[in-house]
Design a protein around this ligand. Structure first.
Ligand code: C2E
Ligand code: MG
Ligand code: MG
Ligand code: MG
Length: 279
């Protein structure tokens, strides 16, 4: 029974991700058009302090509406990477997120903004310059800005990436490792990585009620504690997941239980409604 549903889920993802070649080229062409026409958007999903319910940060997530339909980033980001467009798109997301954060700061609603960074983007010669410029032009406090990179970015070339991350941290910018536990094991590098945050992948949170998964999450939280890192659990959908995570010592979470990703205009309303009375 369990095996069966796993297979079904796998096929579901296959159907979702395996876009045929012709369709892939077509998506790339339309994405290029969308970039030209400024048709991409940056949406934001709140990250909350689980104890107080206060929003401590937001994650910037790309959205592309093509002829009225949203195309999932899980489909178009890999194609943007494949076609090389990700460097231009990623640079735009960086600037847009900084501009939006600058507006939030002016509205007395400063939060930390986290931006996802692809490998290609991260390894560009002028990446640090791009970050420095985007922060300076929008007068952003670097501590309010976070870069999310995945384990596969780290494991691509650990020595080079650790050096780059050290420079990112010298700017005062925060660093998060995304989808933790899903990629090549970076466990042996974790101690050497200049990190602030570990994000536990949704795949683990989803199965937290299984004992073996719970023990993995528990281990990651313990590890993070010892390394003095913040843990953010991704994809919290139920009260039970939130409760179990809290009991294990996880302080921050993100997920549909609290809020889905939303356009910037809605984020402003969200932050305004949940603004603590004493600030
Ligand atoms: P990610 O960075 O791990 O982002 C979290 C994903 O989980 C988002 O999917 C978010 O909408 C989804 N999510 C959050 N809470 C829940 C929940 O409770 N239930 C469910 N079912 N899903 C939840 P999204 O927005 O579709 O993005 C998918 C991936 O695309 C991201 O995963 C990230 O790897 C990539 N991506 C998105 N925006 C960017 C970007 O600007 N640049 C780069 N390089 N990658 C991006
Ligand atoms: Mg992310
Ligand atoms: Mg993630
Ligand atoms: Mg993920």
């Amino acid at each position: 029974q369990a095996k069966r549903s796993k297979a079904a889920r796998f096929n579901y993802f296959e159907a979702d991700y395996e876009v045929r070649t012709q369709e892939r080229l077509d998506i790339i062409r339309r994405l290029r058009q969308a970039v030209t026409n400024n048709a991409l958007q940056v949406w934001y999903q709140p990250q909350l302090d689980l104890a107080s319910g206060r929003t401590i940060g937001v994650e910037a997530l790309l959205r592309w509406q093509d002829n009225g339909n949203f195309i999932s980033p899980a489909v178009f980001i890999p194609l943007a990477e494949y076609s090389g467009m990700i460097t231009e798109i990623g640079h735009w997301v960086l600037r847009q997120a900084c501009a939006d954060l600058s507006e939030l700061t002016a509205l007395q609603m400063p939060v930390r903004v986290a931006v996802n960074i692809s490998m290609q983007q991260f390894r560009q010669d002028d990446f640090l310059q791009q970050v420095t410029t985007a922060l300076a032009e929008n007068r952003i406090a670097p501590a309010n800005f976070e870069l999310e990179i995945t384990e596969s970015v780290v494991m691509d070339d650990p020595t080079v990436v650790i050096g780059l991350l050290e420079q990112v941290r010298q700017l005062g910018v925060q660093v998060a490792i995304d989808d933790f536990g899903t990629g090549y094991s970076s466990l042996s590098y974790l101690k050497q990585l200049p990190l602030n945050t570990i994000k536990i992948d949704r795949a683990f949170v989803m199965d937290i009620e299984k004992e073996e998964v719970a023990s993995i999450i528990d281990m990651v939280i313990g590890l993070a504690e010892r390394l003095n890192l913040t843990v953010v659990a991704e994809g919290i959908e139920t009260d039970q997941q939130k409760k179990l995570l809290t009991e294990m010592g996880c302080h921050c979470g993100q997920g549909y239980l609290f809020a889905k990703p939303m356009p910037f205009a809605d984020l402003k309303k969200f932050l305004n409604a949940f603004r603590p009375l004493d600030s």
